[in-house]
Write a protein that binds this ligand. Sequence first.
Ligand code: FAD
Ligand code: EPU
Length: 338
Amino acid sequence: MTFQQHASLKPFNTFGIPATADRLGRFSNVDELRGLLASPEVKGAPLLILGGGSNILFTQDFHGTVLLNEIPGMVVVRENEDHVWVRAGAGVTWHSFVLHCVANGWGGVENLSMIPGKVGAAPMQNIGAYGVEIKDTFDTLEALRIADGEVISFDKEACAFGYRESFFKRAGKERYVILNVTFRLSKRPVLNTSYGNIQQELERMGIAQPTLRDVSDAVIAIRRSKLPDPAVIGNAGSFFKNPVVPQEVADRIKAEHPDTVSYPAGPGLAKLAAGWLIERAGLKGYSLGTHGVHDRQALVLVNRGGANGHEVYALSEHVLRTVKEKFGVELEREVNIL
Ligand code: FAD
Ligand code: EPU
């Protein structure tokens, strides 16, 4: 097992932050992973498992070992008349998994097209978009417990999925390496086109009877129109979560700003659109030269080139403070800060 010493992490985070890791290794199966974890330089030192690096902000160099997960493979493990169970290696690119499902006519993940990153990170924050979350098709996952190298199976309940939440972001944080995820997909897909402007986009495309592919294409087109491409402008998608607040807080804001964007979020609760709050706090397009708030989606912080992680973090503090002052609402970061 060899490590690259003092390795640049810039190619491995979509913010394009120029941090370094003391050691960088790669694994493409569980035996390689166990071998790396057993090496003397890894034991006792900080450890970070990295997928596509699309939900992470390095605010400093990482003084420990970074392991890049490259476990491949997609296989049908079971099927019946209605469903197919597909297991994907944690190192498979999420979008290629989605395209594989779409090409085979398996429904359930098409609305999650073009989310960056790898399959292994998808359960971490229960990735979601356009009215769908992975918990809707999730069946099980296998993860290696770092403390003793045991492989443990987790069902949906054990994963404790919530909005951008899971067991692996809370009690299980930094204790497991996700190895593979099994999804239950539908052979008789019911398309979900009601969210956002998917229906509008399909109409614009001249499609009346959409297929899985059409929905995937519509989602891709909408995402391209709003979200910056990390290959061009460094970013990690939504930097903050949409805050869930007591209904009376949403009502108070609505009384002052009738165009407030909010959604029902369970009894007595409302989810506010953080992008709207940030825009109305006057920060959409806010620029500090090298970095700033995206001008088409205020929920996205961007590195236009040359910013370090500390500067982007300081900007996130400014956004938090400004929104709190203007609306009395506390935003929570979605991106993992290191
Ligand atoms: P990484 O950034 O590499 O890792 C994220 C966290 O998971 C880290 O803490 C890491 O240590 C941990 N981790 C990664 N792999 C493993 C593993 N195998 N085992 C244990 N821990 C692991 N997210 C959404 O939910 N919806 C969206 O619509 C969305 N849109 C985005 C758009 C853009 C342009 C960008 C840049 C990001 C977007 N994201 C979105 C965020 C991001 O794509 C997801 O969170 C994605 O799942 C991160 O995957 P990754 O492999 O890049 O994870
Ligand atoms: N809005 C504004 N100004 C902005 C941005 C948004 O007013 O600058 C308003 C929009 O007009 C709309 C509402 O806020 O009425 C919601 O906007 P959008 O549909 O763009 O979605 P979002 O709530 O900002 C969430 C997810 C995205 C996901 C999209 C689509 C979170 C934190 N973000 O964004 O996920 O792709 O919905 O479903 O829940 C991510 O997690 O990284 C991510 C990109």
